[in-house]
Design a protein around this ligand. Structure first.
Ligand code: PGA
Length: 254
């Protein structure tokens, strides 16, 4: 069975003392996810090593970067390469979050480069896709998301694709408290899986974890994760509150 994943996206929040306390509060619960379960914390860059150190070899827990450069190395002030991430033991990286696309001008082609660099360093990209409200209002979400996948992932081999995680995050549901209904989430996740199946085959598509993101909370996680094609969540706001995120981890399908 494909992996079921609870991924926290802390974004640009928490000073170091609060970040340490939050991680401690969650880890002390000692939740042992099922065999196919995985918990990931995407923390701000300066906390990566601190956070990785706290995991203490827990196999089903990992730390992610929230972004990486699309350049390999060199004179790119302020950027962080996948090689740097790999050298400090980071195995996951969010790629193409809608906030990066919207506020930092990240385009599909650039994201394809980031995905390639991650894969070359054995870092699992958590590739984000999802439409804005005006796209959904015109019922253009399927074409929009298909294009994001085509432009950034279609060049990958089946073997490469199986190393990535996809997160569907409708922009209208991020940080708004407005969650996609289970029907909307399941429909889109099923559609994404059918796009993957069309390109790489049913078996490969069946192995890819597709996370839902957008106002996931303890109160709706179980229902969302219960959808056949939803394999966990990428969680912003609720991942900053220990008891909320603990319940979200516990809501993963077994
Ligand atoms: P949210 O953010 O849970 O606060 O809506 C999700 C995300 O942007 O990854």
């Amino acid at each position: 069975m494909r992996k079921q994943i609870a991924a926290a996206n802390w974004k640009m929040n928490l000073t170091i003392d609060k970040a340490e306390a939050l991680l401690d509060d969650i880890l002390k619960e000692n939740i042992e996810p099922a065999e196919n379960g995985q918990v990931v914390f995407a923390v701000p860059f300066p906390y990566l090593m601190m956070a990785a150190g706290k995991l203490n070899g827990k196999a089903r827990y990992a730390i992610a970067a929230q972004n990486c450069s699309n350049k390999k190395a060199g004179a790119y002030t302020g950027e962080t390469s996948v090689e740097i991430l790999q050298s400090i033991g980071i195995n996951y990286c969010i790629v193409g979050h809608s906030e990066r696309r919207e506020y930092f001008g990240e385009m599909n082609q650039m994201l394809a480069e980031k995905v390639d660099l991650c894969l070359a360093q054995s870092i699992t990209p958590i590739f984000c896709c999802g439409e804005a409200l005006e796209v959904r209002e015109k019922e253009g979400q399927n074409d929009f998301v298909r294009k994001q996948i085509e432009d950034s992932l279609y060049h990958l081999s089946a073997e490469q694709l199986q190393k990535i995680i996809i997160a569907y995050e409708p922009i209208w549901a991020i940080g708004t408290g407005r969650t996609a209904s289970t029907e909307q989430a399941q429909q889109m996740h099923h559609f994404i899986r059918s796009v993957l199946a069309g390109k790489w085959g049913e078996e490969v598509a069946g192995n890819i974890s597709i996370l839902y993101g957008g106002s996931v909370k303890a109160s709706n996680a179980k229902e969302l994760f219960g959808c056949a094609d939803v394999d966990g969540g990428l969680v912003g706001g609720a991942s900053l509150i220990a008891p909320e995120f603990v319940q979200i981890i516990n809501a993963l399908k077994h």
